[in-house]
Design a protein around this ligand. Structure first.
Ligand code: IMP
Ligand code: MG
Length: 373
């Protein structure tokens, strides 16, 4: 059994079907002991949707006469301060004057069964017993007695055998647990010319096991490969036109989909505009992922100038040479970056790193930030 991936998350094998079956055998035997020959005809109340499989397995095993009905609770956030409100959707039969055996997939904090208890009492249930396939004792903090518990598990998020992650994963015979270590990270690197972006990008890639996506390299790479997107870009560039956002975005999405064996990505040179930032959010949103953090290397304009002039003197780079050119590049950087800074600040994802000091010092600062995610 390998890991299963649902949206952005990876789940590892946790409870195999054979073990689930044995636990259900035990709980069904307890129910049979309590109800066979009691003369009672209890109602099994399946709490949809999670309990579908558990209820079905129980039904195959209990030998006393019983009714089976179901209920679905929906939660929504009211407009008042009352917080979470639960509402019943179609209880498929009457519980009045009857003994009800509530069949739950999992009891976590217990909020659901507290609501159920109130609803069932309102509807005139004579006696209520609680039967759950799974219990998280570390999370349960209510007083209601759980009469039949098939398995106890730690306070981790699980899927399978009826349980879902945003509606996926219910149709698995085995139960899987969230593999916390494998949530993809998406870092974006900002930095003015001369801030040491290239050097720090390499360090970040190494530290986080990331795939470095530099838009420039990506375009050149795709053109060299002669891929469909590359050919489109090449034709445009040769005609002196700009490469449109869709093409760049397509190339980036391709990378996200195809690069394996990394723990995330480092975007460099993308997004450059709000439209691109929104496109990136949409792209990641499709699989419930999101930008992790924007790392913005900060150095004063004066230092940028000094560094570029210094580099020009060593390398004799034409584009670095004149003061006016440098001033213009700095200005352009600020103008272009500002709206994006606001965009990511609003999302609480913008982090400034002091870019002054030695390469190691700056690397340490970035590493400390990365540790937080
Ligand atoms: P409670 O109200 O906190 O006891 O939570 C019960 C409900 O939360 C269950 O019926 C499930 O729908 C959901 N739930 C709790 N823990 C998990 C889990 O680990 N995986 C999937 N759903 C869960
Ligand atoms: Mg449920």
């Amino acid at each position: 059994m390998g890991n299963v991936k649902l949206y952005d998350k990876s789940f590892k094998p946790f409870i195999p079907y054979e073990k689930i079956e044995k636990a259900i055998d035990t709980v069904a035997a307890q129910l049979n002991r309590d109800f066979v020959g009691s003369g009672e005809i209890p109602v099994l109340l399946c709490v949809l949707n999670g309990s579908i499989l558990f209820t079905a397995e129980l039904m195959k095993r209990v030998t006393f006469p019983c009714e089976v009905i179901s209920i679905k609770l929906t939660s929504y956030y009211g407009t008042t301060s009352s917080g979470k409100v639960r509402e019943v959707m179609g209880m498929t039969g009457s519980v009045e004057g009857k003994t009800v055996i509530v069949v739950e997939d999992i009891v976590d904090t217990g909020t659901t069964i507290v609501d159920l208890d109130r609803i069932l009492k309102e509807k005139g249930a004579r006696e209520i017993r609680y039967c759950t396939m799974l219990l998280k004792p570390g999370a349960y903090n209510k007083d209601i007695k759980l009469d039949y518990v098939a398995m106890e598990i730690p306070d981790d998020f699980i899927v399978g055998f009826g349980l879902d992650y945003d509606e996926l994963g219910r149709n698995s015979k085995d139960i899987y647990v969230l593999d916390k270590d494998i949530t993809m990270k998406y870092f974006i690197l900002f930095g003015p010319p001369g801030a040491g972006k290239g050097t720090q990008a390499s360090a970040m890639v190494e530290k986080g096991n990331l795939c470095h996506i530099s838009t420039g390299d990506l375009l050149r790479g795709e053109m060299a490969k002669g891929s469909e997107l590359g050919l489109k870009a090449k034709a445009l560039i040769e005609n002196g036109e700009l490469v449109p956002d869709e093409i760049v975005e397509g190339m980036i999405e391709n990378k996200f989909d195809t690069v394996k064996g990394v723990d995330g990505f480092l975007l460099d040179g993308f997004p450059r505009t709000i439209a691109q930032a929104e496109a990136l959010d949409r792209m990641l949103g499709k699989t419930k992922q999101a930008v992790t953090a924007v790392v913005s290397l900060m150095i004063p304009d004066e230092t940028i100038k000094e560094r570029i002039l210094h580099r020009a003197a060593i390398e004799g780079r034409a584009d670095d040479a004149s003061e006016a050119t440098i001033q213009n590049r700095i200005k352009t950087y600020h103008e272009k970056t500002e709206p994006l800074v606001d965009y990511y600040k609003k999302a609480g994802k913008y982090f400034e790193i002091n870019g002054l000091g030695t390469i190691e010092e700056v690397r340490e600062r970035i590493a400390a930030l990365m540790e937080r995610f």
